[in-house]
Design a protein around this ligand. Structure first.
Ligand SMILES: [Zn+2]
Length: 221
């Protein structure tokens, strides 16, 4: 199977990703290339594997990473739950793609437990270190989904499964602050000499000492 084959295109009107099996045949697919923006035709013959072809016969590779990245975002936006490592299946609402968050632009923003949660999808490019630092320092709940090992000819079902159900391809960027262990506990306690047992012990020892001394004096008499 040819891995360079173009299986995904953008709809000319809606800009939404279109999989070859879901497209109308030939030029009627109304599709454009994700890389060069040129018109594509759907080739759905009986001998060759179904694919998109540039109408102008260009050698452009079709920018499949771009479509799959957009398609993965659409999957999260259209779903209401996702399975994460450690935290299992979580439900979210108000998923939105490319909402600005100060200096960074997360792939998908949603609401989980009345808090914002951010999803980053890596098809070829992983999060820049500054983006990770920003999410961690800002204590933003965030998850990275790695689709880099997924073949670019994967069906929409396979992509949806990788995005929503698999956990080995996900990494929690930030979730919650680890509780800090308090080593200052001793400082909050009263000083040892204010402890009543220590005071009673001191009095008892003083009394016994006094008795011992006086008994010695008495025996010398
Ligand atoms: Zn192209």
């Amino acid at each position: 199977m040819n891995d360079n084959i173009i299986k995904y295109a953008f709809d000319q009107l809606t800009d939404k990703p279109v999989f070859i099996n879901d497209a109308a045949n030939g030029i009627n697919c109304n599709c454009k290339c994700a890389k060069c923006g040129e018109r594509l035709e759907a080739i759905q013959g009986k001998t060759n594997e179904w694919h998109f072809r540039h109408y102008n016969r260009s050698n452009c590779n079709g920018g499949q990473e771009t479509v799959i990245h957009k398609y993965a975002k659409q999957i999260i936006v259209e779903s209401l739950q996702i399975t994460l490592p450690k935290y299992g299946k979580i439900a979210y609402t108000e998923a939105n793609a490319e909402k600005e968050l100060n200096s960074i632009r997360p792939d998908v923003t949603a609401i989980y437990n009345e808090q914002k949660i951010y999803f980053e999808i890596a098809v070829k490019h992983f999060n820049e270190p500054e983006k990770n630092t920003f999410l961690i320092n800002g204590k933003h709940k965030s998850v990275e989904i790695d689709l880099s090992t997924l073949p670019l000819i994967s069906s929409p079902t396979l992509i949806a499964n990788a995005v929503l159900n698999e956990i080995t391809n996900k990494r929690i960027i930030f979730w919650e602050s680890t509780p800090v262990i308090n080593y200052q506990v001793q400082d909050d306690k009263d000083n040892w000499w204010t402890n009543p047992f220590v005071i009673l012990g001191f009095i008892a020892c003083s009394f016994l000492g006094y008795k011992w001394v006086t008994s010695k004096i008495n025996t010398k008499k």
